[in-house]
Design a binder for this molecule. Structure first.
Ligand code: AMP
Ligand code: MG
Length: 514
């Protein structure tokens, strides 16, 4: 048996989940298998030898020994409106397992049939969104963004109906946990303080073992405050990482915000092309609540919702409890701003952020927005064109204006002949002149050469689905994945996926992956 699962979450008791078996599928066949991830988790399967067995297990047709599948309960604010009962309507947590470092991971099937929480839904997932989640999460992982991952995509051999009949699939998601802000809200809405305490202890054990107290002793208010601070720190890192690579989550509801700080729920996500903080692609995000540049504000709002849930665990007096968490919410704003500017400085090759860099960064963003320049390409191009020689030229010009050129003439040149862009370039060159090769190295590490661009993802999904139905050939998808897995290295095929869409994705819309 290549997997021995434990069931730590179902052990929390019936308030937390519903026992629920995956619904078997007609004809499971393995489409994608993440061998690297399988190795990390010591899952002793290989796609060459075991494809039939993998398809059986990771469609839910067969269960691993020890697995007691459950559907987890959670609530959530969806686009600002509270829904007290969401829960896994099309997912089954098979159990958890520990990797070689002792870190525990959830193994969850998605698209594996209905549960107590399905409401009107069919519990299923179409092949397109399953492949999309695999591509996007693997790309994000390779980009260095905290994320849930995909272990497998198995076609079910059954149709799912979404306005039309589509091939169905089950995707296996691996996460350090599936605890969401919405999981806390579920118990908070029911005023179930005991379960809130249990959940917090579990989350501390899983994600922040350094905060653990004495075995058997109740959590102190101080521990809860530390827990909140630790969750906040994870979310700051997460959103800063998203902004580094131009990722727009698209549906940052509190049920899609994991306590672990991993990107979860790839339904309507997209990548930004030309820079604009208002960029939105999700067809259901009509008020641009989850626009690119709004993501830190929304994460702050989501953290405030988590704070609401934790108050009764800190002090009976809500004002006293509030006074302990409010400074941490302010800290979120400050830490985000600091993390963001350090990240942007790094993208410009600046290792140590200085106060004046804020203006340099904002001016560059302003130029990109005004000229509709591609976000990813702009940084890559800056780095490519950066050389000691160019920088020296500019520096000597600045130190000694060309002979015969009066001070007035050079001021005119600065004001008129040179456009904003040239002026900005000069400021940037001066800023990084002390260590040009260091700047270049830093830029190579922080600016991906390739991202999973929307138009390439969609084209690959279209060809993959067509060829899957004809002959099962997924070589285009696998070539794309091979490039996305090394986004900071120029491979032979990288150039095939670097281009921005010719229409700027003006009419591109994403949908929730149902
Ligand atoms: P999501 O938009 O994927 O974050 O899902 C929001 C809620 O809808 C969650 O409770 C999901 O389990 C549920 N859901 C989404 N799609 C389906 C489906 N096809 N069948 C049942 N429940 C679903
Ligand atoms: Mg969700």
């Amino acid at each position: 048996m290549p997997l021995n699962l434990t069931n730590s979450y179902s052990a929390l008791g019936p308030a937390f989940s519903q026992q629920s078996l995956p619904t078997p599928v007609a004809k499971p066949s393995l489409l994608l298998w993440n061998q690297d991830l399988a190795n990390e988790l010591s899952i002793d399967f290989s796609a060459e030898k075991d494809s039939a067995a993998i398809a059986q297990y990771f469609s839910g047709n067969k269960l691993f020994s020890g697995s007691e599948p459950i559907a987890q309960a959670y609530s959530g604010h969806q686009f600002g409106h509270f829904n007290p009962q969401l829960g896994d309507g099309r997912a089954h947590l098979l159990g958890d397992l520990s990797d070689k470092q002792g870190q525990y991971w959830d193994v969850q099937l998605k698209g594996s049939g209905t549960s107590f929480f399905s409401r009107q839904g069919d519990g299923r997932c179409a092949l397109g969104p399953a492949l999309r989640e695999y591509i996007m999460s693997e790309a994000m992982f390779a980009l260095g963004v905290p994320t849930t991952r995909c272990l497998a995509v198995v076609a079910t051999g059954e149709a799912v109906y979404r306005e039309q009949a589509l091939p169905g699939a089950v995707v296996t998601r691996i996460a350090t946990s599936h605890i969401r802000v919405g999981t806390f809200q579920y118990f908070s809405a029911r005023n179930d303080i005991d379960s809130l305490k249990k959940l917090t202890s579990y989350a501390i054990e899983r994600h922040f073992p350094q905060l653990k107290g004495v075995e058997g002793e109740a959590l102190s208010g101080e521990q809860i405050v530390d827990f909140f601070a630790a969750v906040i720190a994870k979310q700051v890192t997460l959103v800063v990482s998203w902004l580094r690579v131009g990722f727009i989550h698209g549906v940052m509801n509190t049920d899609n915000t994991a306590i672990s700080g991993e990107t979860i729920d790839y339904g309507p996500c997209a990548m930004m092309n030309h820079y604009h903080s208002d960029t939105v692609f999700s067809s259901i995000d009509r008020n641009a609540r989850y626009a690119f540049g709004n993501q830190s504000k929304i994460m702050h709002w989501n953290m405030a919702r988590l704070a609401d849930c934790l108050l009764p665990l800190i002090d009976e007096d809500e004002d006293i409890a509030s006074a302990k968490l409010a400074p941490l919410l302010q800290q979120f704003t400050d830490d985000f701003k600091q993390g963001y500017f350090i990240m942007m400085a790094n993208k410009l090759g600046i290792a140590e952020l200085e106060d004046t860099d804020h203006e340099l960064i904002n001016d560059f963003l302003g130029i990109m927005a005004e000229k509709k320049l591609d976000y990813s390409q702009s940084f890559v191009t800056l780095a490519e064109n950066l050389s000691q020689e160019e920088v020296n030229k500019v520096i000597t010009q600045v130190k000694s204006p060309a002979k015969g050129q009066s001070a007035q003439a050079s001021a005119d040149e600065a004001g008129q002949a040179q456009d904003k862009w040239q002026q900005w370039l000069k400021r940037w060159y001066i800023r990084i002149s002390a260590d040009v090769s260091g700047a270049k190295d830093l830029m190579a590490k922080t600016n991906p050469l390739v991202i999973p661009r929307n138009h390439h993802v969609e084209a690959i999904l279209a060809t993959s689905q067509a060829s899957y139905q004809k002959n099962g050939d997924l070589s285009d998808l696998n070539n794309f994945l091979a490039v996305l897995q090394q986004p900071y290295t120029q491979l032979d095929d990288t150039h095939n996926y670097q281009d921005a869409p010719s229409d700027g994705d003006e009419n591109y819309h994403t949908f929730c992956g149902t």
